[in-house]
Write a protein that binds this ligand. Structure first.
Ligand code: NAD
Length: 276
């Protein structure tokens, strides 16, 4: 499949999990891909400082599961152009610098996938720290806004663009003991629909993808009992694979999806249906 040849894509949070699978699917479809993440191989990180930001980030930092540069290498082996770059979605200056580097080496970004996210703030209301609630919204929602704002002028000028926001089905269902996560993912749906209205004039489609439970490295950290409970409540009785979400993203990124905008599409194996 080479439906994306000639297009340049940027995927955030792509060092592992869903983001990595999405980057590979876009590369497989022929796009030039910027694989970006807060974490990159061979960097010196202060784990204690990182743990203040996210316990999951501190858990993965320095491990073999950080594959930002190596994913770009794998995509190059598939005969597509690719760069692995460190980028924090909460830092607009860093986003601008990364966009200039991408423009110099692969052209302007035509396809943006906002996948970077944090999902490790779990506490019931009396134990929620406002700082962590703000972190959830700051990364998952404002982070997506920052990236969209940075790529928007070129997409408008070019009269073509694809924004794909990786929200979650819990943006609709709610997430127990994760008010910041649930609110930020619901916010991404509102952001998607609002910007779809603006983008419609300029050939830019803006859609949200709502994954259910997907078997990524982060989700594999659940205890086996929890995993079993989760699988029981999914109609298909199994978690999804990252590639099963990435396939929809690749479709939404292609020209053929041009009449789909403002949509929030579940990829859940029926986890959002009534199950008994
Ligand atoms: N796995 C699931 O079951 C599931 C379900 C619904 C939605 N999602 C969403 O899909 C996305 C990916 O999920 P995953 O399971 O692969 O999670 P993950 O934690 O493995 O991946 C998130 C990635 O985002 C990166 N990141 C964190 N903060 C960042 C920042 N400030 N700037 C840039 N990158 C940052 C992390 O380093 C990591 O590589 C997330 O947005 C998540 O909320 C996942």
């Amino acid at each position: 499949m080479t439906t994306l040849s000639g297009k340049t894509a940027l995927v955030t949070g792509a060092s592992r999990g869903l983001g990595r699978a999405i980057a590979m699917a876009l590369g497989g479809a022929g796009a030039n891909v910027a694989v970006t993440d807060l974490l990159i191989e061979n960097e010196n990180v202060d784990k204690e400082e990182l743990a203040e930001y996210s316990i999951l980030a501190a858990h993965f930092a320095g491990s073999e599961d950080v594959r930002t540069a190596s994913t770009a290498e794998t995509i190059r082996e598939m005969n597509a152009n690719s760069l692995g770059i460190k980028m924090d979605v909460t830092k607009p200056d860093q986003i601008q610098a990364v966009l200039s580097e991408i423009a110099d080496r692969m052209g302007y970004v035509d396809i943006l996938v906002n996948n970077a996210g944090v999902m490790d703030n779990m506490a019931t209301m009396e134990h929620q720290a406002v700082k962590m609630f703000e972190r959830d919204v700051g990364v998952n929602l404002t982070g997506a806004f920052n990236c969209i704002q940075a790529v928007w002028p070129h997409m408008r000028k070019n009269k073509w663009g694809r924004i794909i926001n990786i929200s979650s089905f819990v943006g609709l269902s709610g997430a127990f003991a994760q008010p910041g996560y649930g609110a930020s993912k619901a916010g991404m749906i509102g952001l998607t629909r609002s910007l779809a209205l603006e983008g419609a004039r300029d050939g830019i489609t803006v859609n949200a993808v709502l994954p259910g439970f997907i078997d990524t490295e982060a989700v594999q950290l659940h205890r086996p009992e929890m995993r079993e409970r989760i699988e029981k409540r999914i109609a298909m009785k199994r978690m999804g694979k990252p590639e099963e979400v990435a396939a929809l993203v690749a479709f939404l990124a292609a020209d053929v999806s041009r009449y789909i905008t403002g949509a929030a599409i579940p990829v859940t194996g029926g986890a959002d249906l009534f199950v008994f």
